[in-house]
Design a protein around this ligand. Structure first.
Ligand SMILES: Cc1ncc(C[n+]2csc(CCOP(=O)(O)OP(=O)(O)O)c2C)c(N)n1
Ligand SMILES: [Mg+2]
Length: 1031
């Protein structure tokens, strides 16, 4: 770049500008005498300060273009036209000004818009006449380059002056107000200029990068400017020139520039009007009936409803059959009523204080989801629409929607996203303020996470609660975050319904064509306060004064269509009255309802899954030994074409040691996990494991993807090649995100109950950056939205002397959110365990053996319902020689053990045992070793609580009863205020009816999860072991 600048500084003079006579509307900017570039501060204006007049055809307006050419030429001389090649060669070789340019030989047939420039000569008058000897006059080239640069300027910067704000106060890029820019808007677009008034009627050849000509290849400058203004500076402002693909840029240009492209039929206009009438009528009806209820109405952006419908119509026409939507509070009820066509009765009953007919805590009406299958009347095709339930946390639903969409695509075999798509709605403040938006965008093009293009619609009411955009974002537009993925961004004035519909159609076509994200930014306003009870004049007095005098878009559009003769006044009234009547009837029906039903608001129904199932019957989780052997061998073998597929020597060693384990009928952690996955795959279950570096495993223990050492991208996934008719196995390294990816996997898990979806944290402590997903969705999703999920969270956890980070997955937080009652011992029966699982919000476990890990993973699918499983997983145990299990613990008639009782000498003679220690997870191995060293195996029993929540009251009671003379203690490696202690303590009390005390053994309370000193760690561990084993 530096080089380019230096060379160009020498090449490019500022054009000499002469004051001109008064111009007409389109010429005014071009003829200004001063060459102050633009009034925008901070834009990337390039200043070339040399005043040396060198090449006459290079001037201000073409310099950016020349710089681009020059850079391209530097990178590859063949990438530019031969004329540029020769010019740069000559000029860098020191050719005198005016001598560097030589006309290139004509080698090919001219393409679209590609008239030989000489053919225009007669059109160009004296100035354009060819020079003697067949050389084109330099001014002709100069002027054509200028026109080309002007066209490009409009395409790139036209949006900066487009009239987007229906209130006429601000430009949507925040840099200036309408009044600031008065009189000089076009300097902002074109920056520099050189043509003269006399040039306005000269005809210029159009470059191939514009479509304004339609079939015409050349236009007068006046017409060129007029058409560019129409395309780029009216009610649509589009940002797309940062897209690197010429094909995609041209595609957008064509959609905006082609003459007449915005024209629509009377029928389409009437449809927009009808939809706008419903959207407006719905809010008005609610406002009348429940004037003091919060509903976060859409007033000011009612056009959203016709906009969404236009996206849906076009997408269904192009083949989409299912749309998964995510949206915030604003206008949500309207979307449910008028986009999803959820029965109005169901919506209205939410306003009545009715009791629920089913279990759960429920949620406020503007968070609920829905799922609807219906006929799209415009396309006459069936369509499924789901609005995913969401919490108050803005934008948190985005990755959930993406995961759900991806899963639906996967199970339908829709590998290109032609049948299923996602539609995300955003508020302007949330879109730029919430980091999850960025994380979600970064999933959009990853092979195992892409949904093949999402359509984003921003309800940009130019305010967030009481905060002005100037205080809520640093980016010019609220949509700038979308630029990271090169998504085209269409800003559009909400008061121009036809412009809004036009960009909606383009967006739907864009997605169907390129399968990439696209953003529609509907610039609007919020007619009321943040909610219907808020007073906006406290904080936005001027804006709201303007809003009060701004007519409703429905009124404006009705008036326009009446004037155009498309509808009559009576028809307009008739449509309004009809909708009013529908609302009234539904209102009366809703009043007859006695209950609300949460199930009516389910976003992901699992039809057939629960039917005919005994809700308390768990299928066996043990498997045939043959199956273990088969899977074990496959996981221990190199790829079948081993001779050609070169694997790493270290991997060969790992495979050999796996094979030895299989031969000796044992498994370590990784093999146990692989057998759980493999045996589920055998049953046709889809298994998906996602997270950072999961393919190899953070601790290099898993190796589910083997890499050819000599060929890029050649990989082998043993678990994909177990059985010919197995379920699919997906293992995928994710982007470095927790919030986004955990949310994505949760969404994925909502689509199909017959899939094991696992997310693994790199280290357990990182799950806290996904806390919102954990709190708002995983722990409480079923209670709020009657929606189940069997998602598994794998959280490496344990104090290994590695410092405060990476030691704790904050087990205590998960336990604190468990919904089982610490004071309630459920009735003991055969079904005790499954009933507990049925009633709780999630399962929290810390397994100490590969076999138990194997069973608990398989149990996720064996259960007749779905619950999230939060697993603390080991680090050092992955290679611990004793943390192995025999096939005997995994074959038929074995199962997950909620508690693993002591099996050593103590258990043989329980009455003489002096102490019964309970613990969970890896500390067991430390305790066992220390007990052995101190020869206390007959005195101290150690019992492992593998499933911490729901608490195994029955087994704890039994275990304590067995050691009737023993003192009882809970030993943990975490600090006293962390780990399981505060959860288990009251539950021990309940299990034992307060008859025996359970003491605490472990580190004292602490703010940090672990010490940073290895020495201190060992000291603390020894103290723990001493305490635990003292009698
Ligand atoms: C993560 C999060 N932080 C804060 C809030 C509180 N809150 C609710 S709505 C709102 C303003 C949202 O503004 P915008 O995204 O522009 O949507 P609008 O309400 O204007 O439609 C805020 C701050 C929230 N719901 N979620
Ligand atoms: Mg807003």
């Amino acid at each position: 770049m530096y080089r380019a600048r230096t060379v160009l500084t020498n090449l490019v003079p500022l054009a000499s500008l002469i004051p001109r006579a008064a111009p007409d509307r389109f010429a005014s900017w071009i003829l200004k005498s001063d060459h102050i570039l633009c009034s925008i501060t901070g834009t990337d204006i390039r200043h070339y300060s040399s005043s040396v007049a060198t090449e006459p055809f290079l001037n201000g307006s073409s310099s950016a273009y020349v710089e681009e050419m020059y850079n391209a030429w530097l990178a590859d001389p063949k990438s530019v036209h031969v004329s540029w090649d020769s010019f740069f060669r000559n000029s860098t070789a020191g050719a005198a000004p005016g001598q560097a340019y030589q006309a290139p030989p004509s080698l090919a047939e001219p393409g679209r818009n590609q008239l030989p420039i000489t053919s225009l000569a007669p059109l160009l008058g004296a100035a354009g006449a060819p020079a003697l000897g067949g050389q084109v006059n330099e001014k002709v080239i100069d002027d054509h380059l200028a026109v080309q640069a002007i066209i490009r300027s409009y395409q790139a910067r036209g949006h900066l002056v487009s009239e987007l704000d229906p209130l006429g106060i601000m430009y949507a890029d925040l840099h200036s107000t309408f009044s600031d820019r008065e009189g000089k808007p076009h300097e902002i677009v074109v920056r520099k200029y050189m043509l003269e008034e006399g040039d306005m009627d000269r005809v210029f050849k159009l470059p191939s990068t514009t479509f304004i000509g339609g079939k015409e290849k050349a236009l007068s400058l006046r017409e060129i400017l007029s058409r560019l203004e129409n395309a780029y500076c009216r009610h649509i402002g589009v940002e797309f020139m940062f897209i690197n693909s010429l094909e995609q840029c041209n595609w957008i240009r064509q959609k905006l520039e082609t003459p007449g492209v915005m024209e629509i039929s009377s029928e389409e206009k009437r449809l927009i009007l009808a939809r706008l009438t419903r959207a407006t009528g719905f809010e008005a009806f609610l406002a009348r009936k429940w004037s003091s209820e919060k509903r976060f109405g859409l007033e000011g952006c009612e056009i959203l409803i016709p906009a969404m419908k236009a996206v849906i119509d076009k997408s269904t026409e192009l083949g989409v059959e299912s749309i998964v939507m995510g949206m915030p509070h604003r206008g949500r009820l309207n979307v449910l009523a008028n986009v999803c066509r959820k029965p109005l009765e169901q919506i209205f009953t939410q306003f009545a204080a009715l009791e629920a007919a089913d279990d759960g805590s429920g949620d406020v009406k503007y968070h609920l989801g829905t799922y609807i299958e219906r006929l799209n009347r415009v396309t006459n095709k069936n369509i499924r629409l789901a609005v995913v339930a969401n919490p108050s946390h803005l934008e948190a639903v985005d990755p959930i929607v993406q995961g759900k969409t991806r899963a639906e695509q996967f199970y339908r075999g829709d590998g290109e996203g032609k049948k299923v798509m996602s539609l995300l709605l955003h508020g302007d403040a949330a879109f730029c303020g919430q980091g999850i938006v960025y994380e979600t965008f970064h999933l959009s093009d990853l092979p195992d996470y892409t949904t093949h293009g999402t359509i984003h619609i921003v309800v940009n009411n130019q305010i967030g609660f009481t905060t002005d955009p100037r205080h809520s974002r640093s980016s010019p537009y609220c949509t700038d975050v979308a630029r990271v993925v090169n998504a085209p961004i269409f800003h559009v004035n909400s008061d121009d319904p036809e412009a809004v519909m036009h960009v909606c159609k383009i967006a739907a076509e864009w997605r169907a064509t390129f399968h990439k994200d696209v953003v529609i930014d509907i610039v609007s306003y919020r007619r009321n306060g943040h909610n219907e009870i808020d007073e906006p004049m406290f904080t936005q007095p001027l804006m709201y004064r303007k809003i009060k005098t701004t007519p409703h878009v429905l009124d404006k559009y009705s008036k326009r269509l009446i004037e155009e003769g498309v509808v009559t006044t009576e028809e307009v009234k008739d449509v309004r009255d009809k909708y009013e009547k529908i609302c009234e009837e539904s209102y009366l029906n809703a009043r007859k309802e006695t209950h609300i039903k949460y199930k009516d608001w389910l976003d992901s129904p699992w039809s057939g899954f629960f039917e005919g199932k005994d809700p308390l019957k768990v299928s066996p989780t043990g498997v045939k030994e043959d199956t273990l052997v088969h899977i074990g061998k496959r996981m221990s073998s190199p790829p079948p074409n081993a001779a050609e597929f070169v694997i790493h020597k270290g991997i060969e060693r790992i495979l050999r040691s796996r094979m030895e384990m299989v031969e000796s009928r044992t498994v370590d952690w990784a093999l146990g996990e692989g057998m759980a996955f493999g045996s589920l795959l055998k049953e046709g279950i889809h298994v998906r494991l996602s997270g950072q570096d999961v393919e190899r495993g953070t601790f290099s223990h898993r190796h589910h993807v083997l890499h050819h050492q000599l060929v890029d991208k050649a990989t082998y996934r043993p678990l994909c090649h177990l059985y010919p008719d197995q379920g699919p196995y997906t293992v995928c390294n994710s982007s470095l995100s927790e919030f986004g990816v955990l949310g994505f996997e949760l969404g994925y898990s909502m689509t199909n109950p017959n899939a094991l979806v696992c997310w693994e944290a790199q280290f357990g402590d990182f799950n806290n950056t996904a806390q919102c997903i954990i709190d708002q969705f995983i722990s409480s999703g079923q209670a709020k939205w009657v929606r189940q999920s069997g998602l598994v969270m794998l959280n490496p956890h344990g104090l290994e002397g590695m410092g405060p980070e990476h030691s704790s997955a904050r087990l205590e937080r998960f336990l604190q959110m468990s919904s089982d009652d610490p004071d309630y011992f459920p009735p003991e029966s055969e079904e005790f365990a499954v009933r507990q699982l049925h009633d709780i919000n999630w399962i929290v476990a810390n397994c100490s053996t590969p076999a138990n890990y194997f069973h608990i993973l398989r149990r996720q699918i064996a259960l007749p319902f779905r619950k999230p499983l939060i697993l603390m997983t080991p680090k050092s145990l992955l290679r611990h020689p004793e943390a192995k299990s025999s096939f005997d613990e995994m074959t038929e008639n074995t199962q997950f053990l909620r508690v693993i009782p002591d099996q050593g000498p103590a258990s043989q003679n329980p009455s003489s045992v002096k102490k019964l220690l309970f613990c969970t997870g890896k500390v067991y191995y430390d305790l066992r070793k220390a007990r052995e060293e101190r020869k206390l195996e007959g005195d101290i029993a150690i019992s492992r609580v593998e499933q911490i929540s729901p608490f195994p009251y029955d087994l704890i009671k039994k275990e304590c009863a067995k050691y009737s003379n023993a003192s009882l203690a809970w030993a943990q490696e975490e600090a006293k205020n962390q780990g399981s202690w505060t959860y288990v303590q009251p539950r021990f009390h309940t299990a034992l009816s307060g008859s025996r005390d359970v003491s605490y053994v472990g580190r004292p309370t602490a703010a940090s999860p672990a010490t940073g000193s290895k020495m201190q760690h060992l000291k603390e561990l020894n103290a723990l072991l001493d305490d635990a084993l003292s009698l």
